[in-house]
Design a protein around this ligand. Structure first.
Ligand SMILES: Nc1ncnc2c1ncn2[C@@H]1O[C@H](COP(=O)(O)OP(=O)(O)O)[C@@H](O)[C@H]1O
Ligand SMILES: [Mg+2]
Length: 362
């Protein structure tokens, strides 16, 4: 029996999504193999141990997890997790952590670094891969270097706004109009917009730069949005792709989280077998180029006119609700949700064993 800490909530715009993802994981985890320990991370970023009854409650109810702010949990350097007691702190024995934290301070390498320092195995990508998954510019630079097909991009920082006229000319000559502007490191489509012409560029960039120091300008791709689930460590496998068909102008925040009819999800995607094979092989190559492990959902565009497959971005802690694409694509490929959690935990433990064989000191 392995004790697995499910860490959820977090200091991110995707806090609420995490409460739903984590509830699904608790409902689906194989209790003959795992003893789940629930740790809720508040919006302020503090970690709290949840009562053991929260597990049975979550398995009975079809509701998002909540966070009871009573007993604080800390990651202790070299010592795993500890929990507050009336007398001080005591060890909180646990074999591995499943960070179900989407977005900032969870999916971006920061929590992964904390868990490394605490010497705890954890599900998903390591520090570097998590950080790359968050930084769309850096991930695309690596993918370009690996010869993978990415949407062309121009990275823009605040200082470029001083000469918006020449920036507008540059965008026009590189991509033409309309273009698309988004923060390099963000998620949930926040700060992202379609820009019809040079007059709209500055306000779109200002909106994107509220979320990150870097914004990306790209050609607006009229595309079908295709997603691919990848599972594994050194020999990752990609499942048959699925499609997200937003009913909005693009897959914006409202289409993702507010409008219940914001998108139609299809698993598997109705694309040609050649396109599906291309998506799968590029997904595996993209996973390897960013040195990911465990899992990732690699997102693509298929250009509506030319049928070309283009890499868009990678998510290292994808949504895990029962309707989320990642678990659904795995399920369609024969890996049930409970089996998926078991596989991810085993991959995390394997990775930790391998890394602990390395020398860290002479
Ligand atoms: N170059 C582009 N052309 C057209 N639409 C885009 C482009 N880049 C992003 N989008 C749209 O914006 C959405 C969010 O962008 P994405 O790069 O996936 O960032 P996020 O991390 O916020 O999901 C995409 O799902 C897509 O609908
Ligand atoms: Mg996306």
């Amino acid at each position: 029996m392995k004790r697995i800490a499910i860490l959820y909530g977090g200091r991110s715009g995707e806090h609420e999504v995490s409460l739903v993802s984590a509830a699904s994981i608790v409902r689906n985890i194989d209790l003959s193999r795992f003893e789940p320990i629930l740790i809720g991370a508040s919006k302020e970023g503090e970690w709290y141990l949840q009562d053991t009854k929260a597990v049975s409650r979550a398995r009975e109810l079809d509701a998002p997890l909540s966070i009871e702010k009573a007993r604080r949990v800390f990651a202790a350097p070299g010592r795993g997790l500890v929990v507050e007691t009336p007398k001080g702190v005591e060890a909180l024995p646990c074999d591995l952590v499943f960070p179900v934290l989407h977005g900032t301070f969870g999916e971006d390498g920061t929590v992964q670094g904390l868990l490394e320092v605490a010497d705890l195995p954890y599900v998903g990508a390591p520090v570097l891969g998590s950080a790359l998954g968050m930084d769309k510019e850096k991930a695309k630079e690596l993918w370009l270097r690996a010869g993978l097909p990415v949407v062309p991009f121009l990275a823009v920082r605040q200082d470029a706004l001083r000469d918006i006229v020449s920036l507008g000319r540059k965008v026009a000559s590189l991509f033409g109009w309309p273009c698309f502007v988004k923060p390099s490191c963000a998620g949930s489509s926040v700060g992202a917009s379609k820009v019809a012409g040079s007059e709209g560029l500055e306000s779109a960039l200002r909106a994107a730069l509220e979320w990150d120091e870097k914004a990306l300008v790209e050609p607006f791709v009229e595309a079908r949005e295709i997603e691919c689930a990848v599972l594994g460590n050194d020999a990752p496998v990609a499942f048959a792709p699925g499609e997200v068909a937003p009913t909005h102008e693009f897959y914006d925040y409202d289409a993702k989280y507010v409008d219940p009819n914001g998108a139609r999800l299809e698993v598997p995607a109705n694309i040609t077998s050649a396109q599906a094979e291309r998506v799968r092989s590029v997904a595996v190559a993209a996973f390897k180029a960013c040195e990911l492990s465990g899992m990732a959902r690699v997102d693509f565009f298929i250009d509506k006119r030319r049928g070309e497959v283009l890499l868009n971005e990678v998510n290292t802690i994808p949504g895990f609700t029962h309707i989320s694409m990642y678990p659904r694509m795995c399920e369609a490929g024969g890996v049930s949700y409970p089996e998926l959690i078991t596989r991810l935990a085993d991959l995390a433990l394997e990775k930790h064993v391998m890394r602990s064989k390395l020398n860290f000191m002479k």
